[in-house]
Design a binder for this molecule. Sequence first.
Ligand SMILES: [Zn+2]
Length: 470
Amino acid sequence: MRIDGEYVGHLNHITTRSGSCRRSARLLSAPIHVQGQSTRPPEALAEVKAPSLPYRKAKRRKVEETPLDVVLTPQAPHSTEDYREVLEDDEEKDLDFTPTAKPKRRRQPEADPVYVIADVEKKQTTFEGRLGYACLNTVLRNKKPATDSVFCSRTCRLDSLKKNGIEFVKDLGRKNVEDLLTIIQWNEDNNIRFFRLSSEMFPYASHGTYGYTLDYCSELLAKAGALANQYGHRLTTHPGQFTQLGSPKPLVVEAAVRELTYHCQMLDMMGMGPDSVMIIHGGGVYNDKPRTLERLKQSIMDLPLKVRQRLVLENDEMCYNAEDLLPVCEELDVPFVFDYHHDNLFPSSLSPATIIDRANVIFSRRGIKPKQHLSEPRPGAVTIMERRAHADRCENLPPDLPDDMDLMIEAKDKEQAVFYLYRMYDLQPVIHESLRPATENPSMHTNGRKSTKRARAKVLKEATVEDESE
Ligand SMILES: [Zn+2]
């Protein structure tokens, strides 16, 4: 569609593949050209219509940027640079955005907001280790205009893959790695040297039918890894909850092995050392915990050596606590990551100090730097579902924390939660411009979704998953 010498972008609609993550997204794109060919049916280029009712509804919901005013020049590159993702509620996913005949005026860039950063209460610790955050940088992700947004979790629906082809999906992966370079540099500039890579870096890479190797992106991955290694950053991964090595279903185990292999290939291509581990949970119990643990052990022993060398198990809050997994880890020499929040919800008879001591024996035998996970339930959380969700920030470092180890802060405010602890405990200097204020009343904060009981429970459940393995 050509209007006054300009192409008006068309909309492509995608949703995250992970059922657990549930964030839906819209890709705003120019006509999609894959290897020089438009994947758009010709008729899609012909017609433009007035904004539909759902468009107004979406606008009311404060979608980050008006999606209809994407105006691309004929010279605009046909790459994922053109795509813009707008986060929305997943109930919006059936909205059909139609390009308008009257292109809306381009929104003027807003002036930089002024953030008021509250003082923090000063506390003492002997901890001297690194703090890290998982997958998403809120400062870079929320950059305006949305085309400047930096993030590593571009993904799409399976439908979109089938329609646009695998090259479209692989291009998303390439863009994710490009943005990873920016995030690594930002982390270095902000004294954060521990980061979890998004499992969505390469959408569908481990898919049974559509999976692909990462060879096409090896140079870029090596570049990102070299930057992280140059700065001494630790990069880890946390494959999703569907990575169930103890499942009684061979197909599920095969999928889990593929998922781990994909993560391992990504870390290998980046040239990351043994500290770049892949963390998974024990998974479901399938009505028989002892037998499931036996299957889990067998699956671990059957893993390709490279994959097994990066594997680490973590206690969860529902099925396997530290006491369940430590013996497996000790027997198979698989490091154990202790999660304080999960231990709080599903404690074992062992104290955190004992668990960490035993875990550290395995870490040191394997020559891997110990790491643990820290998060807190939201203020005012009472029920188990409410307590499962992670708080925006952590108010305390645990008293029994060893002085030197890496601590992954699994909090909603991501890098801001790290800065909060940096300031509270004087761990590292912070750049004031990188600070953002905390949400004023975070206890029942539900990302603007409908506040029905069911929706709230869903959001809380998703929040837990999202923080871990977005
Ligand atoms: Zn964790």
